[in-house]
Design a protein around this ligand. Sequence first.
Ligand code: PLP
Length: 366
Amino acid sequence: MADNCTPSFKAADLVIQLTSAPKPIVDLPTFGTVFTDHMLTIEWSAAEGWQAPLIKPFGNLSFHPACSSLHYGIQLFEGLKAYRGDDNRLRLFRPMLNMIRMSKSAKRACLPAFDELELLECIRRLVEIDHAWTPHSDSAGLYIRPTFISTESTLGMKKPTRALLYVIMCPVGPYFNTEAEALSLWADPKYTRAWKGGTGDCKMGGNYGCSFFAQYEAGDYGCQQVLWLYGDDHQITEAGTMNIFLHWINEDGEEELATPPLDGIILPGVTRQSVLELTKKWGEFKVTERYLTMSQLCSALKQQRVKELFGSGTSWIICPIGRIVYQGESFLIPAQDKNSQLTSRIAKELTDIQYGRTPSDWTFLV
Ligand SMILES: *Cc1c(COP(=O)(O)O)cnc(C)c1O
């Protein structure tokens, strides 16, 4: 958290300019295509510090063509959702974890510090103002995209002296479709998502822009996403833009839920952390942050020790993985019968919290 002497913007200084032309609300459009009526913008400069936060009608931004977010990728973002419960109240899911992660990314990007609680309060006000855009559905939500960019208008290789933090939002459709086919992944060590000493543990745009090339090649192998590997031992790291979990009988014959440790190349997902905390609390099997390699996974598959493999992230919460193409072989991941599936159980427990059916201090009322 920003310490007391860090100058930050304050939610109490919010200036609100409401639109005079509200748009018709679109119910469940394609992800990220339709935005709500308002956005939050907060400007910063080295000379003057943070300006007052502003909520204003959604619209284009204007930048100097030399802007260093465009040239050098000094940029980062976050992703969280507001959920409308049966009680018609809107809830955010552990939003402080997103605020703190955003602060960490900002530090790594040489962008200025801010007070996470103040940003959360500004976002709460934005969601409140555009509350009608949150779908009336227990499988949809309002996606919130905080973004932080350098607006430094010189080509010099230097720390930004101007920056813009802004937040836009869009309604999103159902993410967890139990009938949906499980995800197929292409695993090839020739591409790397993140590396030691890099920025893979920050949500910086550059990590994603350079991943599409591999993503399209995955399509050539009949797969939907990339299973990102790392190192000579082909460590399993992430699935597309999700963290990954293996539910199996490990080498020592123990039932285990395992996910790779946060060693700098893994994005510290809020969903990941929640799955770990939730399943540890059940106390029904071993829950571990550990390295997993392709050879460990392949031999476990051959010995029928794999129960389930799934991805976790805000978009789909929990996404079962059904197939992996690796070294010319297609490996099928078994899915146990629906009722015993860990994926459905975790998804249900998490969504029950998000939609307010299970009271929890993980939710933040708007
Ligand atoms: C955002 C993201 C995740 C998931 O994080 P959540 O906080 O759970 O949404 C996982 N991996 C990558 C690479 C991501 O960008």
